[in-house]
Design a protein around this ligand. Structure first.
Ligand SMILES: C[S@@+](CC[C@H](N)C(=O)[O-])C[C@H]1O[C@@H](n2cnc3c(N)ncnc32)[C@H](O)[C@@H]1O
Length: 285
């Protein structure tokens, strides 16, 4: 009983910590996917695979869509979109950007709420559902994370696609080595992340569950969906941000070649598993 209470308090505190983080990061999040060639690779690879599996029209849910990069892009392509997120500041930012992009007629709702409970939407409401950029991983406890996955599947129409991208656990170690090696001195913390995937926040990023690709795949294998594909979004370039940006800036021809190598390798299981972000694409049964 007492343990249940502690558990509930920890869940609420974690959720509020994540919400506060994204309320403060709305501007950064708006820029995140377009700030440089490295981040654009995540954005453009995601868009490429959305294009491959999305129906030609329909209503799309952008769950955990933050300030709305994907919402706006899909609205521009003619889709109707509902943007759903639990950070009011991100949604406010999204509202402004949606008007600026003049796609407000395509964006049917901007709604605040948690992906663990999307009761405001009926079963099978959407022709496609997105939960991108690591949103799912911000639910640290397994039971609620699984509840969120069930919700994402529930609101998806039968035979419609569902796209979920998360942050990779293995790439975190490569990123640390490359960009913040001094952090690796926290051996207990890093061993815990390696073993459980869970990071409670406090070292520069908010609470996150870092996924293994086989873990994400196994979760969806147990659901009533067919897994269509898994994709490493930064792929072989993962964590090599500086080098990739240099390549894109100084050597446009080689950069083009790199993109070709990237798209030829990004679905290789080893590339998926070591990518900074990876996406699972499913079709609801
Ligand atoms: C890294 S951002 C990703 C935004 C966008 N999907 C993208 O790919 O750029 C993560 C987003 O998830 C939202 N989020 C985290 N936990 C959530 C939850 N339980 N329910 C709804 N949104 C959540 C945050 O507010 C934030 O906007």
């Amino acid at each position: 009983m007492f343990q249940d209470l502690i558990f509930s308090v920890v869940i609420v505190l974690t959720r509020e910590m994540v919400r506060k983080y994204y309320n403060e990061q709305a501007q950064f999040e708006w820029r995140r996917l377009v700030q440089d060639a490295y981040h654009k690779l995540e954005f453009e690879t995601t868009l490429r695979f959305l294009k491959k599996y999305l129906p030609s029209d329909g209503l799309i849910l952008d769950a955990g869509g933050g300030p709305g990069r994907y919402t706006i892009e899909l609205a521009k392509q003619g889709y109707e979109v509902i943007l759903f997120d639990f950070s009011p500041a991100s949604l406010k930012k999204a509202g402004r950007q949606i008007r600026r992009a003049k796609v407000q007629d395509q964006v049917k709702q901007i709604t605040e709420g948690s992906i663990t409970d999307m009761g405001i939407f009926k079963d099978g409401s959407f022709d496609a559902v997105l939960c991108l950029g690591g949103t799912l991983g911000h639910i640290l406890d397994k039971i609620h994370r699984d509840q969120a996955i069930d919700e994402l599947i529930r609101v998806t129409k039968a035979r419609a696609p569902l796209f979920v991208s998360v942050i990779g656990r293995l790439a975190l170690f490569k990123a640390a080595l490359e960009s913040f090696p001094e952090e690796l001195r926290h051996k207990e913390l890093y061993l815990k992340i390696l073993e459980t995937g869970n990071y409670e926040g406090g070292h520069g990023f908010t609470a996150t569950h870092f996924f293994l690709s086989e873990e994400l795949e196994a979760i969806f294998q147990k659901k009533s969906v067919t897994i269509l594909e898994m994709v490493g979004l930064e792929g072989l370039a993962s964590t090599h941000r500086k080098k990739l940006n240099q390549l894109a800036r100084k050597y446009p021809k080689i950069w083009k070649n790199w993109q070709e190598y990237h798209y030829k390798t990004c679905t290789h299981p080893h590339v998926v598993g070591t990518s900074e972000h990876f996406m699972i694409i499913c079709q609801k049964s």
